[in-house]
Write a protein that binds this ligand. Structure first.
Ligand code: HEM
Ligand code: HEM
Length: 237
């Protein structure tokens, strides 16, 4: 984490998440909700309906929702990478956690204790706390890359050889993983990886909002982190 991410002086509020990050966060969360629900039904389809499949086209609509949300996820992620290059220091946090800073790992230890109700005082950070950063990097950033690569590899099977998704993804990912069914299985497994991240993420965001005496959920709406007491701040240093 860059030094700006730690609170070094008492300020009642700090601007952290710029508008493109906030917009991306909520669009991305919505896309993942649609992908999770539609993907689940792709993997476990509803019982067969009577009549011609093309008349009701149920699985067709479910797959369409999945692919449309898949494109939104991809474009959003590329936009997020662009903002990593041009945004403020917080926009780079989840991509480059400061693994080589000893302060970072002692922060991770402290947050683990805090989440397990074994530490008395919350530490305050302008950006993400070190444990959040670690899970956002490994579970979310790498999880997203994995889902986009495997998702477009499966998509390229439908669009066929010569299409951009087939050339860019299917042509090497499918042989690398074995065959189409293996990619399905890994892509399906990836869904549960992302769902576990999302459940824990939403739980801790609400928990920290209540317990850590700094704004959390509203920071992803307004962009500002507000500190809720007299300015006595412990950032672990
Ligand atoms: C967080 C993101 C995503 C989640 C949670 C997700 C979830 C799933 C799940 C659970 C399946 C069923 C796998 C199976 O059991 O066979 C699936 C299939 C599929 N997904 Fe995704 N997916 C995501 C992203 C994407 C993206 C970005 C694309 C790109 C367009 C994509 C394209 C596909 C395709 C083509 C299939 C196979 C459809 C079929 O065989 O009818 N997915 N997805
Ligand atoms: C009701 C749903 C959600 C709420 C209330 C929520 C809340 C938040 C909050 C408050 C933050 C900022 C945390 C901090 O300041 O340290 C944040 C960041 C983040 N959230 Fe969520 N979130 C939700 C859904 C999701 C979902 C579904 C995902 C993806 C699976 C997600 C991925 C992220 C990521 C990657 C960040 C880091 C943003 C960045 O620095 O670029 N969130 N979320």
């Amino acid at each position: 984490m860059s030094s700006e991410a730690h609170i070094t002086r008492s300020e009642p509020s700090v601007y952290v998440y710029e508008a493109p990050i906030r917009l991306w966060h909520w669009v991305n969360a919505f896309a993942i909700l649609v992908l999770g629900i539609s993907g689940y039904f792709v993997g476990s389809p509803l019982p067969t309906m009577s009549g011609e499949a093309s008349d009701h086209y149920l699985m067709g609509y479910i797959r369409f929702a999945h692919f449309a949300a898949g494109y939104i996820l991809l474009v959003g992620f590329l936009g997020r990478i662009y903002w990593m290059l041009v945004g403020n220091s917080h926009s780079r946090e989840i991509f480059f956690p400061p693994f080589f800073s000893p302060g970072f790992w002692s922060g991770v230890k402290h947050e683990l204790k805090w989440y397990l109700f074994m530490a008395k005082e919350p530490r305050k950070y302008t950006g993400h706390n070190p444990l959040a950063l670690l899970t956002m990097h490994f579970m979310f950033v790498w999880g997203m890359i994995f889902m986009i690569f495997t998702g477009f590899a499966l998509y390229g099977e439908g669009t066929g050889p010569g299409s951009w998704s087939h050339n860019l993804f299917s042509s090497w990912i499918i042989p690398l993983m074995g065959q189409s069914m293996d990619v399905h299985t890994w892509h399906h497994f990836g869904m549960w990886w992302i769902i576990i991240f999302a459940i824990v993420h939403i739980y801790v965001a609400i928990r920290e909002d209540i317990m850590s005496r700094q704004s959390i959920v509203s920071s992803m709406i307004s962009g500002w982190r507000n500190f809720k007491d007299d300015g006595k701040i412990d950032d672990g240093r």
